[in-house]
Design a protein around this ligand. Sequence first.
Ligand SMILES: [Zn+2]
Length: 172
Amino acid sequence: MTRARRPVEAARTAVHAWDAIATCLSGNIALPAWARDYLLGVAREITRLSRDRIPAKGAIDRAVAAAAKLQGGPKFNPFTAGTQDAHETLIAFEVYTRHTANWWNQRKGLGATHDWSTVFRDVAEAHHCDNCGEKQVSQATVKRYWYKHQLEVIPPHLFERAKSHKVDDILR
Ligand SMILES: [Zn+2]
Protein backbone atom coordinates (compact mmCIF):
# COMPACT_ATOMS: atom_id res chain seq x y z
CA MET A 1 0.00 0.00 0.00
CA THR A 2 1.28 3.43 -0.85
CA ARG A 3 1.77 6.12 1.74
CA ALA A 4 -0.92 8.33 0.23
CA ARG A 5 -3.60 5.66 0.54
CA ARG A 6 -3.03 4.93 4.19
CA PRO A 7 -5.12 7.76 5.69
CA VAL A 8 -7.97 6.78 3.36
CA GLU A 9 -7.87 3.19 4.58
CA ALA A 10 -7.56 4.38 8.18
CA ALA A 11 -10.65 6.55 7.75
CA ARG A 12 -12.61 3.63 6.31
CA THR A 13 -11.56 1.48 9.23
CA ALA A 14 -12.56 4.26 11.64
CA VAL A 15 -16.07 4.46 10.19
CA HIS A 16 -16.44 0.67 10.45
CA ALA A 17 -15.06 0.79 13.99
CA TRP A 18 -17.73 3.24 15.17
CA ASP A 19 -20.37 1.00 13.64
CA ALA A 20 -18.94 -2.00 15.51
CA ILE A 21 -18.62 0.02 18.75
CA ALA A 22 -22.29 1.08 18.59
CA THR A 23 -23.44 -2.47 17.82
CA CYS A 24 -21.33 -4.06 20.55
CA LEU A 25 -22.06 -1.54 23.29
CA SER A 26 -25.81 -1.51 22.61
CA GLY A 27 -25.88 -5.32 22.55
CA ASN A 28 -23.62 -5.49 25.61
CA ILE A 29 -21.09 -7.67 23.78
CA ALA A 30 -17.31 -7.50 23.81
CA LEU A 31 -15.62 -5.25 21.28
CA PRO A 32 -13.52 -7.00 18.65
CA ALA A 33 -9.78 -6.44 19.16
CA TRP A 34 -9.40 -4.16 16.12
CA ALA A 35 -12.22 -1.87 17.32
CA ARG A 36 -10.71 -1.76 20.83
CA ASP A 37 -7.32 -0.86 19.34
CA TYR A 38 -8.91 1.90 17.32
CA LEU A 39 -10.80 3.28 20.32
CA LEU A 40 -7.71 3.18 22.53
CA GLY A 41 -5.71 4.99 19.85
CA VAL A 42 -8.34 7.72 19.60
CA ALA A 43 -8.54 8.07 23.40
CA ARG A 44 -4.76 8.50 23.64
CA GLU A 45 -4.68 11.06 20.85
CA ILE A 46 -7.59 13.05 22.30
CA THR A 47 -5.92 12.99 25.72
CA ARG A 48 -2.71 14.33 24.21
CA LEU A 49 -4.69 17.25 22.78
CA SER A 50 -5.38 18.34 26.35
CA ARG A 51 -1.77 17.89 27.47
CA ASP A 52 1.27 18.09 25.24
CA ARG A 53 -0.34 18.79 21.89
CA ILE A 54 -2.96 21.43 22.61
CA PRO A 55 -4.32 22.63 19.27
CA ALA A 56 -4.48 26.33 18.48
CA LYS A 57 -7.83 28.07 18.15
CA GLY A 58 -9.05 27.41 14.62
CA ALA A 59 -7.15 24.13 14.38
CA ILE A 60 -9.26 22.23 16.90
CA ASP A 61 -11.74 20.57 14.53
CA ARG A 62 -8.93 19.39 12.32
CA ALA A 63 -6.95 18.01 15.26
CA VAL A 64 -9.98 16.12 16.58
CA ALA A 65 -10.79 14.70 13.14
CA ALA A 66 -7.15 13.60 12.79
CA ALA A 67 -7.19 12.04 16.27
CA ALA A 68 -10.28 10.06 15.32
CA LYS A 69 -8.69 9.21 11.94
CA LEU A 70 -11.74 10.69 10.25
CA GLN A 71 -10.16 13.42 8.19
CA GLY A 72 -11.65 14.03 4.79
CA GLY A 73 -9.93 15.37 1.73
CA PRO A 74 -10.87 17.27 -1.41
CA LYS A 75 -11.99 14.02 -3.05
CA PHE A 76 -12.53 11.82 -0.05
CA ASN A 77 -15.41 11.66 2.38
CA PRO A 78 -14.87 8.90 4.97
CA PHE A 79 -18.58 8.89 5.80
CA THR A 80 -19.66 7.95 2.29
CA ALA A 81 -16.67 5.75 1.40
CA GLY A 82 -18.11 2.80 3.34
CA THR A 83 -21.58 3.32 1.91
CA GLN A 84 -20.27 3.43 -1.64
CA ASP A 85 -18.30 0.27 -1.04
CA ALA A 86 -21.30 -1.49 0.48
CA HIS A 87 -23.45 -0.48 -2.49
CA GLU A 88 -20.91 -1.77 -4.99
CA THR A 89 -20.67 -5.04 -3.07
CA LEU A 90 -24.45 -5.36 -3.00
CA ILE A 91 -24.57 -5.07 -6.78
CA ALA A 92 -21.73 -7.59 -7.14
CA PHE A 93 -23.74 -9.95 -4.95
CA GLU A 94 -26.78 -9.47 -7.19
CA VAL A 95 -24.59 -10.45 -10.15
CA TYR A 96 -23.51 -13.59 -8.33
CA THR A 97 -27.08 -14.63 -7.45
CA ARG A 98 -28.38 -13.77 -10.92
CA HIS A 99 -25.60 -15.72 -12.60
CA THR A 100 -26.34 -18.72 -10.41
CA ALA A 101 -30.09 -18.52 -11.06
CA ASN A 102 -29.61 -18.13 -14.83
CA TRP A 103 -27.13 -20.99 -14.89
CA TRP A 104 -29.62 -23.36 -13.25
CA ASN A 105 -32.49 -22.15 -15.43
CA GLN A 106 -30.41 -22.75 -18.51
CA ARG A 107 -29.52 -26.24 -17.34
CA LYS A 108 -33.21 -26.96 -16.75
CA GLY A 109 -33.98 -25.72 -20.25
CA LEU A 110 -35.91 -22.71 -19.03
CA GLY A 111 -34.35 -20.39 -21.57
CA ALA A 112 -32.35 -17.98 -19.43
CA THR A 113 -28.71 -17.53 -20.31
CA HIS A 114 -25.80 -17.21 -17.93
CA ASP A 115 -23.81 -15.35 -20.57
CA TRP A 116 -22.14 -12.52 -18.61
CA SER A 117 -23.52 -9.62 -20.64
CA THR A 118 -27.05 -10.98 -20.14
CA VAL A 119 -26.41 -11.29 -16.42
CA PHE A 120 -25.12 -7.69 -16.20
CA ARG A 121 -28.13 -6.44 -18.17
CA ASP A 122 -30.59 -8.40 -16.01
CA VAL A 123 -29.02 -7.04 -12.81
CA ALA A 124 -28.98 -3.47 -14.15
CA GLU A 125 -32.68 -3.73 -15.03
CA ALA A 126 -33.73 -5.37 -11.78
CA HIS A 127 -31.61 -3.38 -9.33
CA HIS A 128 -33.52 -1.09 -6.98
CA CYS A 129 -32.31 0.38 -3.73
CA ASP A 130 -32.59 3.50 -1.57
CA ASN A 131 -29.12 4.57 -2.59
CA CYS A 132 -30.04 4.72 -6.29
CA GLY A 133 -33.60 5.97 -5.81
CA GLU A 134 -35.14 6.51 -9.25
CA LYS A 135 -31.79 6.26 -11.01
CA GLN A 136 -30.98 3.06 -12.83
CA VAL A 137 -27.48 1.63 -12.74
CA SER A 138 -25.97 1.02 -16.15
CA GLN A 139 -24.87 -2.36 -17.40
CA ALA A 140 -21.28 -1.02 -17.57
CA THR A 141 -21.42 0.01 -13.89
CA VAL A 142 -22.74 -3.40 -12.88
CA LYS A 143 -19.91 -5.04 -14.80
CA ARG A 144 -17.32 -2.78 -13.18
CA TYR A 145 -18.56 -3.51 -9.64
CA TRP A 146 -18.63 -7.23 -10.40
CA TYR A 147 -14.99 -7.32 -11.44
CA LYS A 148 -14.02 -5.14 -8.49
CA HIS A 149 -15.88 -7.13 -5.80
CA GLN A 150 -16.47 -10.63 -7.16
CA LEU A 151 -13.98 -12.25 -4.80
CA GLU A 152 -15.81 -10.78 -1.81
CA VAL A 153 -19.23 -12.12 -2.78
CA ILE A 154 -18.49 -15.60 -4.11
CA PRO A 155 -18.94 -18.08 -1.22
CA PRO A 156 -15.53 -19.39 -0.04
CA HIS A 157 -16.46 -23.09 -0.39
CA LEU A 158 -16.73 -22.61 -4.17
CA PHE A 159 -13.05 -21.68 -4.34
CA GLU A 160 -12.01 -24.89 -2.63
CA ARG A 161 -13.66 -27.23 -5.10
CA ALA A 162 -12.86 -25.18 -8.24
CA LYS A 163 -10.46 -26.47 -10.87
CA SER A 164 -8.80 -23.09 -11.24
CA HIS A 165 -9.09 -19.59 -9.83
CA LYS A 166 -10.85 -18.33 -12.93
CA VAL A 167 -14.30 -17.07 -12.01
CA ASP A 168 -15.93 -19.15 -14.76
CA ASP A 169 -14.44 -22.30 -13.25
CA ILE A 170 -15.36 -21.29 -9.72
CA LEU A 171 -19.00 -20.67 -10.64
CA ARG A 172 -19.44 -23.96 -12.47
ZN1 LIG B 1 -28.47 0.93 -5.85
